[in-house]
Write a protein that binds this ligand. Structure first.
Ligand SMILES: [Cu+2]
Length: 142
């Protein structure tokens, strides 16, 4: 009689190599580059609400708002010119580019605000966001 004994079938587990892998420890130093991004947001507010005392008298281009109209209705300026917008009405107005190129925000009665003309030649229609029938055109020509 033969008795075959199978040596415990699940047994041979011994040959497992545990490799000690030296995972190179690298220190990832993340230098915060977020500062540059934060600065970008500031640019939007740059020139919108600085009162420009008598820039018109000193010869710079100017637009006057009176009787719910822009004077002159069409103004031609150099690229990047600073344009003084003065509101002589008794209510607030804006001078807002239809393409988003510039915007005075609300100009209060008696107040002057300076906008910066686009640097690219072109015709830039604008309007008043409060009274949308008010419209004018800024022409940029270098
Ligand atoms: Cu208006």
């Amino acid at each position: 009689m033969h008795v075959t004994e199978h040596p415990a079938a699940g047994a041979p587990r011994a040959g497992r190599h545990q490799r000690h892998r030296r995972a190179g420890r690298r220190t990832y130093r993340r230098v915060a580059a977020a500062a540059a991004l934060a600065a970008a947001g500031i640019l939007a507010a740059a020139c919108s609400s600085s009162p420009a005392p008598d820039a018109a008298r000193s010869g710079g281009p100017a637009i006057t708002i009176s009787s719910f109209a822009y004077h002159p209705a069409t103004l031609t300026v150099r690229p990047g010119a600073h344009v003084t917008v003065t509101n002589t009405d008794a209510v607030a107005h804006t001078l807002t580019s239809r393409s988003g190129a510039f915007d005075t925000g609300l100009v209060q009665p008696g107040q002057s605000v300076t906008i910066v003309a686009p640097t690219k030649d072109g015709t830039y229609p604008y309007y008043c966001t409060v009274h949308q029938y008010m419209s004018g055109t800024l022409v940029v020509s270098g």
